[in-house]
Design a binder for this molecule. Structure first.
Ligand SMILES: Cc1cc2nc3c(=O)[nH]c(=O)nc-3n(C[C@H](O)[C@H](O)[C@H](O)COP(=O)(O)OP(=O)(O)OC[C@H]3O[C@@H](n4cnc5c(N)ncnc54)[C@H](O)[C@@H]3O)c2cc1C
Length: 233
């Protein structure tokens, strides 16, 4: 563990770096381990555990793919099997990580990125990899101060101009005011006169969120095959 940062009331940003490479029978979730440089494709997930025999859970990598240090962002689930212990980790502690895997990727082109809560993690990785051209990110959270990494996304949005500029939309279900859409992300998707032009829609969040968003996208004419989802369960 390199660092542990509390970034919201119950949300932590954990940074770690690959140390020892161990055999597949000792790793978590899948065979192998990070190469020492910690390189991965944005959108990848890792299995984390405090001990090979202990409970393991999946997390999206939230940092850039070549930063050396790996990051995950997680909510503490009270009484949860892993997250309270994950939040108690301190620099110098050790944890177990699987090789990066999963199939949630943005292959390029125009895309609509839809995230709720910590489901923002894979999109932060994509933005830190500089893959912002033609993307519109719509994030759902409750209040103005609960949009994780908002300054980073706002900076990416103000860096470009023109048709391919990165766009960043915040939907606040319990807040209103400058720069916020005052309502749920599902309301935004249902009511916005025209959805941004997109070859595909990437959706990341809880099962309820993914299902609700997918239904609205289909109702708005997006083909099922154009919807790619990562469900946190
Ligand atoms: C592919 C994939 C990627 C994921 N990526 C992330 C990620 O980047 N960040 C992240 O925070 N989580 C992510 N998750 C969820 C994560 O794997 C765990 O399920 C979560 O951290 C809870 O772990 P726990 O062991 O503490 O709780 P558990 O003991 O597993 O859960 C206890 C109870 O809490 C419920 N619960 C689970 N999550 C929440 C929550 N957020 N709020 C309220 N109740 C909850 C469970 O349904 C269960 O009933 C991902 C899941 C998958 C499948």
């Amino acid at each position: 563990v390199v660092s542990q940062e509390r970034i919201a009331a119950d949300t932590y940003l954990l940074s770690f770096e690959p140390a020892d490479r161990v055999g597949s029978e000792d790793t978590v979730g899948s065979a192998g381990f990070f190469e020492p440089a910690g390189i991965f494709e944005p959108g990848a997930i890792v299995g984390l555990a405090l001990h090979p025999a202990g409970p393991s859970r999946w997390y999206s990598l939230a940092g850039g793919p070549a930063e050396g240090v790996l990051q995950v962002v997680f909510d503490v689930v009270p009484g949860g099997a892993l997250t309270p212990a994950l939040a108690a980790l301190r620099p110098g502690d050790r944890l177990w990580a699987s090789a990066p895997g999963g199939e949630f990727r943005d292959p390029g082109g125009r895309a609509l990125w839809l995230a709720a809560g910590t489901g923002i993690a894979p999109f932060r990785s994509m933005v830190r990899a500089g893959r912002t051209a033609g993307k519109t990110l719509v994030h759902a959270a409750r209040t103005r101060d609960s949009f994780l990494f908002a300054p980073e996304f706002a900076a990416a949005a103000s860096a470009g101009a023109g048709r391919d500029a990165f766009r960043y939309v915040r939907c606040a279900s319990r807040d209103a005011g400058e720069g916020l859409y005052p309502g749920r992300l599902t309301e935004y998707l249902s009511r916005v006169p025209e959805l941004p032009e997109a070859e595909r829609c990437l959706v990341c969040g809880s099962a309820d969120f993914v299902v609700d968003v997918r239904d609205i996208l289909i109702a708005r004419g997006i083909p099922f095959e154009a919807i790619v989802s990562e469900t946190y369960f």
